[in-house]
Design a protein around this ligand. Structure first.
Ligand code: HEC
Length: 110
């Protein structure tokens, strides 16, 4: 009985670590809603390359939030060799673009 309990305990720990390693960073719900609404998620994931670069990679560029907003309105494909050009998205309201930009930059600390 004691061995069995120990085995179960070890199995639980394994499952815990395996799922933690697989989990992608999730944006907070409010940001997730903005990213979905503006279709960003069609091309971007948080930690892996999709059509566009992962947001953690964008965070490494250390842009200011204002600069990111500018790049959403007027992308510079030359910043991302090997990627197709992103279409300009001038209809994202500035306040919302800024919230997204600040969240992208918050990824740099992790
Ligand atoms: C149709 C696909 C697509 C959509 C939709 C899209 N992106 Fe992109 N994005 C890309 C690609 C491809 C790149 C890299 C090439 C480039 O910058 O033009 C990129 C680059 C970026 C960059 C980096 C800019 C730079 O110059 O370093 C940011 C920031 C970004 N996207 C944010 C967003 C946000 C926020 C949205 C939603 C409002 C969004 N993207 C929607 C494809 C997309």
């Amino acid at each position: 009985m004691k061995k069995r309990t120990q085995f179960l305990f070890q199995a639980l720990i394994l499952v815990f670590f395996a799922s933690a390693a697989n989990a992608q960073l999730k944006p907070p719900a409010a940001i997730d809603a903005l990213l979905s609404k503006h279709t960003c998620l069609v091309c971007h994931k948080v930690e892996t390359r999709l059509i566009g670069p992962a947001y953690v990679e964008v965070a490494k560029k250390k842009y200011t939030a204002e600069k990111i907003v500018e790049l959403i309105y007027k992308p510079k494909p030359e910043n991302w060799a090997g990627y197709p050009p992103m279409a300009a998205m001038p209809n994202v309201p500035k306040a919302e673009a800024l919230k997204i930009a600040k969240w992208i930059n918050s990824l740099a600390k992790k």
